[in-house]
Write a protein that binds this ligand. Structure first.
Ligand code: ADP
Length: 158
């Protein structure tokens, strides 16, 4: 069985990300969740916090590890001998962006393939940015994120 990475900013991890990671862990010998260490966006959580929340949420899945990365995703995949990059697709809107990115990655690294997994129906509308926005405005997000994430978001908002 092959190895895969699942790269993203995961700021913070939510149930849509976990659904993809857990399903992907059944397809691959090992899944490395790669938390981007230098995203070009304003983050709520630093890299260690994002890694800790993801690790804690998947601790029962022994073939998933969570690590930081800073380089291009296909270069990171090569570095750890992974042959595949997992991406999650929400209905419609993710496709264009993921397609274009997969073609760029293929151009850079023809030996690494991209595997897109469809988001489960219940998580199609779940985005980290929307979760943070809703939480800031006092909305209920407890069915969308793990307990630890809920606790940590609430702490940041005090
Ligand atoms: P976001 O800020 O959009 O939640 P990330 O950069 O952390 O995103 O996303 C990492 C990967 O997880 C991407 O492939 C993204 O498309 C995927 N993803 C994000 N949210 C979901 C979801 N609700 N269902 C399935 N995949 C998702």
């Amino acid at each position: 069985m092959a190895k895969a990475i699942y790269p993203g900013s995961f700021d913070p991890v939510h149930n849509g990300h976990l659904d993809i990671a857990i399903r992907a862990s059944k397809l691959f010998e090992k899944l490395t969740v790669a938390v981007y260490d230098k995203p070009l966006k304003n983050l709520m959580f630093n890299t260690n916090e994002r890694i800790e929340m993801f690790s804690e949420s998947i601790k029962d899945y022994k073939n998933i590890e969570v690590v930081p990365f800073t380089e291009l995703a296909p270069n990171f995949a090569r570095k750890i001998n992974a042959e595949f990059i997992i991406r999650g697709l929400r209905a419609g809107f993710d496709f264009e962006q993921e397609f274009e990115m997969a073609l760029m990655w293929r151009n850079l690294a023809p030996d690494i393939d991209v595997v897109c997994m469809m988001s489960s129906l219940s998580y199609q509308f779940v985005f980290s940015s929307r979760i943070k926005e809703v939480a800031k405005l006092g909305g209920k997000i407890d069915n969308l994120v793990p307990q630890l994430v809920l606790k940590n978001i609430n702490k940041k908002l005090i």
